[in-house]
Design a protein. Sequence first.
Length: 368
Amino acid sequence: MFINNITLKDFRNYEYQEIFPKKGINIIYGRNAQGKTNILESIFLCSAARSHRTNKDTDLIRNDQKGYYVQIEGKRDEQPFSISINCDKVSSKTNKRVIKVNDISLTRTGQLMGVLNCVMFSPEDLTVIKEGPSERRRFLDILISQINPSYFYALQEYFKIIKQKNALLKNISENGRNKELLDVYNIKQAKTGYKIIKERKIFIEQINKKSKINHSDITKGSEELNISYSCDLSDFSDGEDEFYRMLTKSADKEIKIQNSILGPHRDDIDIILDNMSIKEYGSQGQQRTAILSLKFSEMQIIKEKTGNNPVLLLDDALSELDLLRKRTLLDKINTNQTFITCTEKRKYMTLDSNISFFSVTKGTVKSI
Ligand SMILES: Nc1ncnc2c1ncn2[C@@H]1O[C@H](COP(=O)(O)OP(=O)(O)O)[C@@H](O)[C@H]1O
Ligand SMILES: [Mg+2]
């Protein structure tokens, strides 16, 4: 799949910009803070319905403006497609977002999942290793949602249940009322939660298999990477029922602390390098390589599951590599349309003939 048009209106530092990327490699270059990452962000947004670096849509609206508009056109299996997102500020706190695919408004955000498959490689990726479990769940959720929209719906549903259940726990704890309702929520939580757990388990096993190979490739066999699922549920054979039993057992504790303490919203992924936690013991370089292995796995899984090569977004991701490693990497991804941001185009000029260049200066893009 590939993108051949990007239109930005009042998005980040772009007032109005059209960009016409090519198949192959698109190098977006310019000095710092000119708007290079903003372009990749707009592509990612049309893929995942969320930015890769903020949860607030308001951040994406150009300063002092009332809304943004992003449109992407491309081809998938030779079929043209278009995606547009229009976001308007309704009040200081709320925005109204309309997402269209092929000019038809979506009734649910989940319908966008899988229309445009993207994998982003960015400096923020290191948070997947360095930060808390929520970053690792986010990585997993974005990947699985792209391939399986019903997973995205299950997640939305699950968070609604947790929110309502937490309100109920508070009410029971403070007023002693409605305790009989808790069981209803536990049944719902077990049902939807187990759908999520099941998918995560399958995906983590696939990621593990692939990352092992990728990591061994990149490190020439000198390091061994292991990814495993850390989940409250240990017995997966009896999944939903087992989860329900655990919830019932913890009911008094949950009421006491007024919070849901068990379930996939607390899951984590353990990333182990040579039998040690990479988060605590890995060097910066080892952590970066592990992320690269994970991202390559993401790319391969998308390709296997959808039959399409995802669009790759490499934000400053190659700048630290020497020419040889860059070339090895580019060889690995040569069938994907790729966007690479960098500050110096010179370093790429000798690499490949199939490269298009775009310069970015203060929110204006020029094709070179
Ligand atoms: N909502 C916004 N409105 C206007 N400008 C913005 C907004 N968000 C970010 N910017 C500007 O965008 C620039 C950063 O863009 P970015 O794409 O991250 O830069 P880089 O070229 O270094 O990747 C900065 O100049 C920043 O002030
Ligand atoms: Mg940047």
